[in-house]
Ligand binder design. Structure first.
Ligand SMILES: C[C@H](O)[C@H](O)[C@H]1CNC2=NC(N)=NC(=O)C2=N1
Length: 137
């Protein structure tokens, strides 16, 4: 199993989420819909917890000098997403970028792929001149 495939099959750990929150990522949790999950989670033998975590997302806002710097940042994120086959939900208004991460194939749980992509995005933000990271907000 490729490392990406195995990362998609493991839920993000509280420690990983805590580390991401110190670098500006916000954890958004919503209680799962009352209806049973569309695809019941795989058995524990495949590395799934007995019950999937509630619907979870990672969110972070970015602000750059101008559109050009924002677009350069988004370009690096896009290449990383393609390499991981794991893609953000994002928006851009001039110099601002909003990114949300979750794993659609795991009914909106946060998995190792969300962690991997968030870590890469954090590096690109730091290197790309994100003013929120610089300001420590
Ligand atoms: C077939 C499926 O779309 C692919 O395996 C990938 C594409 N990119 C993806 N991105 C995200 N965020 N979640 C996914 O489950 C996902 N699946």
């Amino acid at each position: 199993m490729s490392s990406n495939a195995s990362a998609r099959n493991t839920f993000a750990t509280p420690e990983q989420l805590s580390t991401l929150s110190t670098s500006g990522w916000n954890l958004i949790s919503s209680s799962p819909a009352s209806a049973p999950l569309a695809n019941p989670p795989a058995a524990e033998s495949e590395g799934y917890a007995a019950q999937p975590p509630s619907q979870q997302r990672l969110h972070r806002s970015f602000e750059f000098k101008d559109f050009s710097q924002a677009w350069a940042f988004m370009s690096r994120c896009a290449l990383a997403a393609e390499k991981l086959n794991h893609h953000p939900e994002w928006s851009n208004v001039w110099n601002k970028v909003e990114i949300e991460l979750t794993t659609h194939d795991r009914d909106g749980a946060l998995t190792g792929l969300d962690v991997k992509l968030a870590e890469r995005i954090s590096v690109f933000a730091q290197e790309g001149g994100d003013r929120k990271a610089a300001a420590g907000v």
